[in-house]
Write a protein that binds this ligand. Structure first.
Ligand code: DCP
Ligand code: MG
Ligand code: MN
Length: 332
């Protein structure tokens, strides 16, 4: 039996779900929203199962899985892959769309429009911009400028340097600020796509509503990082979220993507749970909350009917409120 072979009973479902997720992403690139959503739904349904799926016919009984998906499940169970996906990934339009979408700030609609106009690669996009045939806004232009750099994963050792720099910076500039590096770094991944920083301040809460306190906090913090030479550019800057670019001091350093979120002090643990991910765990926890008549979001956990809020002084509190065993960040 599976236990003797050391097989995780969920491995099979996990594999099918991740193939479906990739299909969903490819269909989204092709702007086939209907198919994209069907695959995403089927992936979600598979992920929430407790038992390994044995056949397409069995899967058809599950909400979110129709005849087409059931057939594909059989194909994956038999062959271990989905040829359809491999073919689509080689499709030249899909390749071009994926390349253009890798520029920060270029979305599905813009990428499709560019491909229609014959712009199919970063090189062609740069040429079209230089010839004033295509206009990019400031953030897209920065995204294009740093595109190849942003594709490079950040090794954990470098992530630790960012962490250290931010802590030293805080000590000097604003020691009462709370800061946690979340995302894949907090989950202990060997490399990360970007640096996800959560900040708050004990005096910034949802009840003490000083006008735009969060925005001031975030802008003050980012400005100080700009003065220190660490933040080198903005991609999007709101009152609760900053998306931008940073670089460690010294030669031969790559520009990196930096995300900063500022949350009220009383929502800190909800923000941390959301911003740490994984996205799949967040989906699971939100579904569990719904089953219990609650709504979980990055801002809190509340009763759907009464609006009554569940307070949390730690992430453990949130897991407990949902009746789920606590998972350390590296287990998420
Ligand atoms: N997040 C989410 N749903 C999304 C996007 C993000 O729940 N659609 C949450 C979970 C992520 C966190 O935000 O872990 C940070 O987002 P990133 O895109 O930076 O993802 P990671 O840090 O997990 O991975 P990477 O190493 O690629 O940055
Ligand atoms: Mg990240
Ligand atoms: Mn991020």
């Amino acid at each position: 039996d599976g236990a003797d072979l050391g097989l995780d009973p969920k491995t099979g479902n996990e594999r099918i779900a991740s193939i479906f997720e990739e299909m969903s992403a490819v269909q989204k690139l092709r702007r086939d929203r209907f198919r994209s959503q069907a695959y995403a739904k089927a992936a979600l349904a598979l992920r929430s199962l407790l038992e390994p799926i044995a056949s397409g016919a069995q899967a058809k009984a599950i909400k979110g899985i129709g005849a087409g998906m059931a057939h594909r499940i059989d194909v994956i169970l038999e062959t271990g892959e989905l040829k359809e996906l491999e073919e689509l990934k080689k499709d030249s339009d899909v390749v071009a769309l994926r390349e253009l979408r890798s520029v920060h700030g270029i979305g599905a609609v813009r990428a499709a429009e560019l491909v229609e106009r014959g712009v199919r690669s970063l090189a062609q996009l740069r040429e079209a911009v230089a010839k004033h045939q295509v206009h990019l806004d400031a953030a897209q232009a920065l995204g294009l400028h740093h595109c190849e750099e942003f594709r490079q994963r950040i090794p954990q050792a470098e992530m630790k340097e960012h962490h250290r720099l931010l802590e030293v910076h805080l000590d000097k500039e604003n020691p009462s600020l709370l800061l946690t590096i979340c995302g894949s770094y907090r989950r202990g991944r060997p490399d990360c796509g970007d640096i996800d920083v959560l900040i708050s301040h004990p005096e910034y809460t949802t009840t003490k509503r000083a006008a735009n306190a969060g925005g001031k906090l975030l802008h003050g913090f980012v400005d100080s990082l700009k003065r220190a030479g660490y933040v080198t550019g903005d991609l999007a800057f709101g009152n609760t979220k900053f998306m931008g670019i940073c670089r460690l001091p010294g030669a031969e350093r790559l520009h990196r993507r930096l995300d900063i979120r500022c949350v009220p002090y009383d929502q800190y643990h909800f923000g941390m749970l959301y911003f740490t991910g994984s996205a799949a765990l967040s989906v699971k926890m939100r579904l569990k909350a719904i089953e219990m008549g609650l709504t979980l979001s990055e801002y809190g956990l509340e009763n759907k009917l009464t609006g009554e809020k569940v307070l949390a002084n730690s992430e453990e509190d949130i897991f407990r409120a949902l009746g789920m065993p606590y998972l350390a960040p590296t287990e998420r």
